[in-house]
Design a protein around this ligand. Sequence first.
Ligand SMILES: Nc1ncnc2c1ncn2[C@@H]1O[C@H](COP(=O)(O)OP(=O)(O)OP(=O)(O)O)[C@@H](O)[C@H]1O
Length: 307
Amino acid sequence: MAAIEATALTKSYGRTLALEDLSFEVGEGEVFGFLGPNGAGKSTTINVLLDFIRPTAGEVSVLGMDAQARSRDIRKRTGVLPEGFETYDRLTGRQHLEFALNSKNADDDPDELLERVGIPDAADKKAGGYSKGMSQRLMLAMALVGEPDLLILDEPSTGLDPNGAREMREIVLEEADRGATIFFSSHIMEQVEAVCDRVGILKDGQMVAVDTVKGLRDSVSTGTTLRITVDRIDNGAVNNIRAMPEVTAVRTDESGPSLIVECNGSKTTVLNEIEQQGLEVRDFQTKEASLEDVFQSYTTGREVRAQ
Ligand SMILES: Nc1ncnc2c1ncn2[C@@H]1O[C@H](COP(=O)(O)OP(=O)(O)OP(=O)(O)O)[C@@H](O)[C@H]1O
């Protein structure tokens, strides 16, 4: 059973088409990254999954249940960290958690939850005095209440410092280990790259790519760039390497000294040829397209070449 199954979803707000014939599936236990530029339709999709808004057309099932007919049952088994949701100034961290525990009929220990999200001393302080990062951590603790089967995290790193962002990643991985499915929207590519099994890229309400990070990289990268540190640069050798069928470009960098070789074939063949040309290979690095490059390629149409 898929944890989320969206079929031909369309949502229009007047003349704005926020989602257009959007279909995708998230497997049970999967960590799925949901990327898209501002206005692509990410929040709209999440709101449809939770039945906060109704689609103009199409169907969604969440945890095997129809998102509209069974929204209460779905929300009981789902932890949500919504984007831009504000804590209640006059309630303490513990009171926020008690509210979440009651609504989920769960019996987690609020202190343990706050400890887990890194704000153990905040339990009895009013949320009005929390920093942005503390509020975000409290919201995460609320999402974790009751060991949900599905976690929907909308921009979970908002307001977090680098340590907070790392702890967030660790919690996502722990939850995945426990067997939860995680649907994770983010603009921070390192976060997505570090935790997601698969990534979907949304643009103008349509899913323009869905794959593993590696699969996405392979789909846009026009080749591999090798930076090879050699003992010296020899123009004759460089010309011979440039003439290899798998090599598309060679640049030299006197500092190093290094050769920067763009190739479409095996890097071993290139390295062997460099040695055949009498140069000594001292070190080499391979640079692949980053998820950032991939995102740019799918959302702006610009060609990608790893630098
Ligand atoms: N309540 C609304 N009324 C009218 N238009 C809306 C409404 N909510 C969203 N839209 C429009 O629908 C489109 C998708 O918006 P959505 O908020 O889902 O995008 P998003 O990918 O979450 O963006 P962001 O990354 O900026 O949060 C946008 O063009 C937006 O202006």
